[in-house]
Design a protein around this ligand. Structure first.
Ligand SMILES: Nc1ncnc2c1ncn2[C@@H]1O[C@H](COP(=O)(O)OS(=O)(=O)O)[C@@H](OP(=O)(O)O)[C@H]1O
Ligand SMILES: Nc1ncnc2c1ncn2[C@@H]1O[C@H](COP(=O)(O)OP(=O)(O)O)[C@@H](O)[C@H]1O
Length: 528
């Protein structure tokens, strides 16, 4: 909607109706015949669709309820998303492509078309000063008397190879550069988004003075290859660019969604844009494939290099892995200024937060071990430490919950949520619930593991030992039938199968157990 309201999708100025949509999807043209490769649509639920009539006004709001625009309903219809996906992505089975798959999952939804009356353009709180609208960008270009402007579309970070590529392409076009990376709606608190944009700001300073400018574009990826490249070109023309850099596999799904081989032939995207460049009013320029030449000590077009001389490229995932594990990144790959920013989002393990998640039967020794660990971590003094003990949580966070499976799962996921926030912010969370079910433990692992370290420790002290210790007499009560559904007695405990550590406290002191945890953390690099 933002792109629609600001004119980035011109000549489209409304949510498209069924006839326009069909033609866009089949021929990459609007009903008027103007070139336009991807549909601009608004999807609604079947329930809302059933309540809409022609000429109704539909309020379009942001998630907080702030009114952004009013849509005058012209048409409501149910499209066949799967059929559309086959045509858009040109794949026998669109489910292969993660973005096409997501599109197919809209099956059952309806579409509403019609003109949109702007009330207020959506506000971005992140880098708002870097988000020029098409008219603002055109005014900037005009003011600076830039005659030719080549835009650079990217969903990644700008490292040395990309820097060299953009310089080369700009030289070929004899143009100034508009670095126009994609910055759509980032999840709240997503540090990697902020780091990536700051790294672009740093990279901008590395270009010769007044050669380049930086602006962000809230364009979601489609992974639709050549068709998407055409769309990128058309949109960039609306921002005032005269040229656009097209890479060998332009429009492929981003790395974090797809790591398989490309869906479309090399340079097919360039050929399609090139075939329509007159009509589009923007010229494509091939982004030359460049790599670092080990013998020459600089980046060169791959086409001019001997294969053995080409240094291997690092994928975004590999860069992240190296940063997080404190491994070096070759100087030829990136700029220190750029890496410095990325490190803030992907700090090495000794600077990351982590969660030690203890799980085991009641009386297995979790709380005792947790307390020893708290002391050890505080003694190190490197991070803030939070203890989320079973008892404490039950009293302060989950007092309304009982011990049914459903409530235990809620309890354990709540602990996981709090631990994830602590981990995200660089602290240490020590959790010590029974956590008897694999499902909620896996949930916590996925949630926390994406934000920092997650170390699950299975306290496997056998039931007989726990029952013998029985400090609160709970096992005795459970055996006597006074407490129902007690874990290990008449309620299940699913032993973890992929815990990082297993500790049986039958013949081990709490200090020895803690030392095992500390050894593991040290070996994995969390303690520096
Ligand atoms: N039915 C039943 N089953 C298991 N445990 C019970 C039950 N009723 C009460 N208690 C006492 O509650 C403590 C365990 O709570 P948790 O929050 O860790 O359990 S869970 O993870 O939600 O399953 C645990 O206390 P600690 O042993 O001190 O941890 C139990 O003694
Ligand atoms: N390593 C150990 N050796 C002997 N007894 C222990 C050990 N760890 C804990 N205990 C005792 O076992 C009982 C249960 O320990 P606790 O840490 O409260 O278990 P949990 O938190 O898993 O319910 C307590 O009485 C505690 O003193």
């Amino acid at each position: 909607m933002e792109l629609l309201l600001t004119g980035a999708f011109a000549p489209v100025d409304k949510y498209l109706g069924s006839q326009d949509c069909d033609r866009v999807i089949r021929d990459m043209r609007l009903g008027s015949g103007a070139i336009f490769p991807l549909p601009v649509t608004l999807e609604v639920s079947a329930d809302l669709a059933s309540r809409l009539a022609c000429q109704d006004k539909l309020a379009l709001r942001d998630p907080e309820g702030f009114l952004l625009a009013l849509l005058t309903v012209e048409e409501v219809w149910q499209p066949d998303f799967v059929k559309e996906a086959e045509l858009i992505w040109e794949l026998g089975n669109p489910e292969e492509n993660p973005l096409a798959k997501a599109y197919c999952q809209k099956q059952g939804h309806y579409r509403v078309s019609g003109p949109v009356q702007k009330v207020s353009v959506p506000v971005h709180h992140d880098f708002s000063y870097l988000r020029a609208t098409p008219s603002a960008m055109k005014a900037f270009i005009n003011k600076n008397s830039w005659e030719r402007v080549i835009s650079y579309h990217s969903t990644y970070t700008l490292h040395r190879a990309e820097y060299e590529q953009t310089r080369q392409a700009a030289k070929e076009a004899d143009a100034h550069i508009l670095l126009h990376p994609v910055a759509a709606i980032a999840p709240v608190g997503d540090r990697s988004h902020y780091s990536r944009i700051r790294s672009y700001q740093k990279a901008l300073n590395l270009y010769p003075r007044d050669l380049a400018t930086l602006s962000l574009i809230p364009l979601e990826p489609w992974g639709a290859g050549p068709r998407e490249a055409l769309w990128h070109a058309l949109v960039r023309k609306n921002y005032g660019a005269t040229h656009i850099m097209i890479d060998k596999n332009h429009g492929e799904p981003p790395f974090h969604l797809w790591e398989g081989s490309p869906f479309y032939a090399d340079w097919k995207a360039f050929d399609l844009v090139s075939a329509h460049q007159k009509e589009l009013g923007i010229t494509p320029v091939k982004l030359p494939e460049m790599a670092f030449s080990l013998s020459k000590g600089k980046h060169l077009p791959v086409a001019l290099m001997n294969k053995t001389d080409v240094s291997p490229q690092l994928t975004p995932k590999e860069v992240r892995r190296r940063l997080e594990t404190g491994r070096s990144i070759p100087e030829w790959h990136s700029f220190p200024e750029v890496l410095e920013e990325l490190k803030k989002a992907y700090p090495p393990r000794n600077e990351q937060g982590f969660t030690v998640f203890l799980t085991g039967l009641s009386g297995s020794g979790k709380s005792t071990l947790a307390k020893v660990l708290v002391s050890k971590f505080l003694e190190l003094g490197t991070r803030a430490v939070t203890l989320l003990d079973g008892d404490l949580v039950r009293k302060n966070l989950s007092s309304e919950l009982n011990f049914s499976k459903e409530h235990r799962e809620i309890n354990v996921k709540r602990i996981g949520f709090v631990a994830s926030e602590i981990t995200k912010n660089g602290g240490i969370a020590i959790c010590a619930p029974i956590a008897p079910y694999e499902e909620s433990r896996r949930h916590n692992r996925d949630l926390i593991g994406s934000l920092g370290g997650y170390i699950e420790v299975y306290i496997s002290t056998p039931l007989e030992v726990c029952e013998q210790r029985d400090p609160k007499g709970m096992y005795a009560k459970a055996r006597a039938g006074l407490v129902k559904g007690f874990t290990g007695i008449d309620d299940p405990y699913q032993a973890p199968e992929n815990a990082e550590l297993e500790i049986d406290f039958t013949d081990l002191t709490p200090e020895q157990g803690a030392e095992r945890v500390m050894l593991y953390l040290a070996q994995e690099g969390y303690l520096g």
